[in-house]
Design a protein around this ligand. Structure first.
Ligand code: HGY
Ligand code: MN
Ligand code: MN
Length: 400
């Protein structure tokens, strides 16, 4: 069946090949890489095509303004991120940015004249896939991540964020909190593919966000003694891989015990040789739960296990429960045909801005399987267009 292609389709098609792994179909779009540069150029092109004023803030986030936020602000901001987890899905992030541009198109096509400026935002490095800190762009912007610490973060190859930014043509000395940019944001609304099955189970296309559940990331360093895999007696081994194996099993056990979730999805082994007992194993734990106490209980269980094995466990990032303003969520739910109001276990830039005091809301678009952070992540085009229509309705409501 031929459907009339919309700007949404064209934008979606533009992004489809950027950073896509031909083998898995997943995406590799990390901060300050060539893929990131392509995505930034795409964003700038979409802004220019609409006559929007493009600004890049001190944290590297991009803002495309319709109207002057300094003269007539603060404004309404729509948007999300464009980066991905390794081998991530197509929708997590980009759906929010593409939908924001499409919603702007829709309200302009209807002849809507906003009472305040409206912007589309692209927050950089939301997944923290390369340098390890989630929502790095919005955290630096709001001061939740210190610029000195951020510049020194390193990727798997030991390249610092400062070096990566420099190679990408951005001055890392400029990196920092940007109060001027933040002052321009009166309200932020982030549309995002749902990372779960709430809407599928409710048979609705769009939901409003109520809160982001507590979550954090911890690095675990487990030392051992490098030695020969073939000639070292078992009794003489100090093999940190055994400690890591215990950690992985203990993380699942603690999550079950404390009614939380925990994941060991990333590990680095030194020297990483088939025939060498490792000298060091570094693993990361992602733990989340309905309340902070549960998550902290999981980490407490793991801390004693790690310390018993001469290891260290270091908190790399933490986000406490982040409720979105209930009056705003309720207002949007009523506006959107009593859309369900759902909490999420996924972190978002909206959570960072909300924690910084910006009135914030989220819209979720149905994900039929709930799968995310995977090439299998999906949303039906009709539901994506329902999300655009909802975002346009919200934009008119909040900027009239
Ligand atoms: O990890 C998260 O929850 C988000 O996708 N950054
Ligand atoms: Mn994500
Ligand atoms: Mn996301």
């Amino acid at each position: 069946m031929n459907v009339a292609l919309l700007p949404w389709d064209r934008m979606w098609g533009d992004l489809a090949p950027v950073g896509r792994d031909a083998r898995s179909g997943g995406y590799r779009r990390s901060a300050w890489t060539s893929e990131d540069a392509t995505l930034r150029e795409w964003f700038a092109g979409e802004a220019a095509a609409r006559g929007l004023d493009l600004v890049t803030d001190r944290a590297g986030n991009q803002w495309a303004w319709w109207g002057d936020p300094d003269a007539d602000g603060p404004g309404l901001v729509l948007g999300s991120h464009l980066d991905s987890v390794p081998d991530g899905g197509a929708f997590d992030g980009p759906l929010g940015v593409v939908s924001a541009f499409a919603a702007l198109d829709a309200v302009r096509d209807r002849g809507f004249t906003p009472s305040r400026p409206i912007a589309v935002a692209h927050f950089c490095d939301e997944e923290g896939a390369r340098f390890g800190i989630a929502c790095a762009g919005s955290r630096i912007l709001t001061g939740a991540l210190d610029a000195v610490r951020a510049r020194g973060l390193t990727d798997a190859d030991g390249i610092t964020m400062a070096e990566a930014m420099t190679r990408a043509g951005h001055d890392p000395a400029h990196l920092g909190t940007d109060a001027e940019t933040l002052r321009r944001v009166g309200t932020f609304v982030e549309l995002h593919v749902e990372q779960g099955r709430g809407l599928a189970d409710l048979d609705r296309a769009v939901a409003v966000g109520s809160a982001i559940r507590p979550h954090g990331r911890w690095r675990v360093d487990l030392p051992g003694e490098a030695n020969h895999a073939g000639t070292t007696l078992l009794a003489d081994r100090d093999d940190p891989m055994l400690a890591f194996a215990s950690l992985v099993l203990a993380a699942r056990e603690a999550a079950e015990k404390h009614d939380a979730v925990a994941t060991c999805g990333k590990v680095r082994v030194e020297p990483n040789g088939v025939n060498a007992i490792p000298s060091l194993v570094t693993g990361w734990v992602d733990a989340r739960g309905d309340d902070e106490a549960r998550v902290r209980a999981v980490i407490a269980d793991l801390t004693s296990l790690v310390e018993d094995r001469r290891g260290t466990l270091t908190e790399e990032s933490w986000t406490g429960i982040t409720p979105f303003p209930t009056d705003l969520a309720g207002r949007l739910s009523a506006l959107l045909d009593d859309a369900p109001v759902l909490a999420t276990g996924a972190g978002h830039d909206a959570g960072i801005l909300s924690a910084a005091g910006v009135p914030t809301a989220m819209l979720f678009v149905r994900n039929p399987t709930g799968v995310s952070h995977s090439p299998a992540e999906f949303a039906e085009r009709d539901d994506c267009l329902a999300g655009v229509a909802a975002l346009a309705t919200v934009a008119e409501e909040l900027a009239r």
